[in-house]
Write a protein that binds this ligand. Sequence first.
Ligand SMILES: Nc1ncnc2c1ncn2[C@@H]1O[C@H](COP(=O)(O)O)[C@@H](O)[C@H]1OP(=O)(O)O
Length: 460
Amino acid sequence: MRPSAGAARSPPQSKVTTTTPRNKHSISRVLIILSIVLPVILAITIVGVASTPQAVLFPRLQSFIVTRFSNTVCANKRIGFLCLTSGPHRRIFSSRTMATSTGASLPFERERRVAELAVQRAAVLSKAVYNSKVKGTLEKDDNSPVTIADFGAQSLVFASLDKNFPDDNIIGEEDSADLRSNKELTGLVFKAVTDAIYSNATGQSSSSSSTSSGPVPELGTVSNETEMMDFIDKGRHTESGKGRVWALDPIDGTKGFLRGGQYAIALALLVDGVVEVGVLGCPNLGEDGGVLVSAVRGQGTVVRPLSSDFSTLADPSRVTMKPITTSSEAAFCEGVESGHSNHNLQGKIASGLGITKDPVRYDSQVKYAALALGQAEIYLRLPTSMKYEEKIWDHAAGSLVVEEAGGAVFDMYGDKLDFTTGRTFKRNKGVIVMPKGIAEDVVRVVSEAAIEVYGAKSVL
Ligand SMILES: Nc1ncnc2c1ncn2[C@@H]1O[C@H](COP(=O)(O)O)[C@@H](O)[C@H]1OP(=O)(O)O
């Protein structure tokens, strides 16, 4: 049979593959395309994992990516004390990403959200009392003051914890003993609590507004005076080293609160004696309305404006301490009350560290928040008496907020704070706080001074 004309014109196919200039060109084109496409796919995957609420299988990976990204994004981008983020990074840290989560995603995400909302609602109450002439101040047995705001904030926060985590234990600063014997004060506290629960987005209270948005069921409510007392007394737990224990100072810095200074609502969750979640509501810090600073171990520290509509959280921004490496560059921070810490010795130590600027003085755990926000770098709290045992609610939230912002917290002998010893620290005296980069230096100088002034460590 005669082959067709077409078949006759085809050359015989060779089985040997050779690299012609045209092949070379194709390979380099493929390589160029891959070098563009692969990084894009990798970037999309990273952002996807970081911002996916359902990252149930990879919470640790997600946490790691969020921490890494935010460090890179936020360093040196602070304006005032807020770290501004934009574009996709903003999305990673937006409250919506966390709030729309239906199930578990980041570790302690639900605890953080409930704690933030609970503190924010208590801040609404505290601001109302702060702005009112009637504060209902009593003196406690230890001569420290307590007000309508202390009792009211404690009952509101514990109502929220009871609603969401009924099996958890709670340690709170206040109890209802003084209230139960004072009918008039009880009525004032209950009114403050009810007004806060029913306050609306503009901060108006139920008694003065017909547009109240009503209570937020997720946060729990307080139905009557008896229930209010019972909530307050939920904070009587004494063990801090086992299981899940919340620690609350409803108004930390009551003296500052009464003086018109700084104060904080400080809430922390300890798990087996380790602080895992810390939230500080600081109504008088920063811009109008104050700030809410929070941290979860391993996930960094964020700040957001305190919202008067307590049912929503404003978008957070990641914060990190100023990464200084020389102590003399530090601004130094201490309490206002000279009876609470040794101003004289603290001043001498600051000078010894080469610090020339005057100290920044704030009441309460606002000092921890100020360090996390970059307003100061070293916080010294050396005892005025070795008999005083620091309370865990005065340091739990603040210490985590600073650690997660790149800081280190020790006692004055250079030991870690031990939160396992109940309501007070039994193994620590004094507190020193600073960025990790200068911790070795500061701890050495402070511990030498402590041994000289107070003697060697003798606590168990
Ligand atoms: N002698 C003291 N030494 C250290 N801290 C104290 C002393 N007396 C009271 N405090 C605590 O200081 C806290 C306020 O701290 P700051 O001085 O930094 O503003 C208060 O919550 C109060 O604790 P509490 O009232 O919980 O017993």
